[in-house]
Design a protein around this ligand. Sequence first.
Ligand code: SF4
Length: 342
Amino acid sequence: MKILDQTHDQFADAFRRRYGKGTYYSTAVYRHVMKTGKTAFYGLEPFTRFPELAGQLESDLVLSPGRLVKQVSDGGVVKFVTRLADDLDIESVIIPMFKRYTLCVSSQVGCRMRCRFCQTGMMGLVRNLTAAEIVGQVFAARHRLGFDVRNVVFMGMGEPLDNLDNVVQAIRVLADQRGLDIARRYITVSTVGLTDGIGRLSRFDGPPVNLAVSLNAPNDDIRSRLMPINRSIPMAALKEALQRYPLAKKSALFMEYVLIQGINDRQEHAGALARYLSPMKVKLNLIPYNPAPGSDFNPPSAEAYERFHAWLVAENVFVRRRGEKGGRIMAACGQLGGKNRP
Ligand code: SF4
């Protein structure tokens, strides 16, 4: 019986059909599994009188869609690799944020967007992850590795809006208060800018999640060179879709700008970027490019990075420095890939 891809209500329906028992029992099971990661039910209150049901449940529940095969850390950042049932590997990254943790999850094995600065993009798309495989990453980080994950960002391998049905189901499960209980305001979906997907995400039930856009360029010319998707969805169409996205109270759109030496790092680029972002309510993350083996690109020098940051501040852009946390373990932006890479 599946649980990781089920909201509480879906699980309760399936439980009733299978065992003929109501929510008094199914809620106890759902809470116990999702909040503790354990599947031993002997001694748990509703089952003290039904030890045979407790035993049956333990053998029925399908909990893990994969197994942890590797874990590396660098300066507090932890990358772990999950091997899925079909022997493909996915990567997830745990990033410390004050006393709690942000988990960067993968949504696909590989990615079809082929952004030129990205290791995952070099793989092409292998397959979509199921909702259980997405939720399984959070489950593993919390209950197998013991990290108190509060924020979830869909910024790992894959383009989440290219796998929207499973991503939306995973968000429903993650946000279920009777289970993992990660509030939607702490969930961020990052996209290259698939406008149809942005529209569908904005109409999905319940409060909106945060939206992040991997922008990386001040104009269509540069963006199309870095990100092939821009040839079919240019920046003006993207901006229109973004302006329609419903933001949660006190929230903003997040934009990622990977600064690459000699490509998108000039003063005129900072000015054009500021004009593009106006009048949207935006928080821009400025990320120095992380060099990867075989890449054509180079990272900016520390001075070039600071200069670009200062130009954006002078243009009144809300810009935040984002370091290269995790760069040494290939866990930084655009560096996930691992063994599935051809
Ligand atoms: S940056 Fe994101 S969307 Fe682009 S190729 Fe990499 S994983 Fe895919």
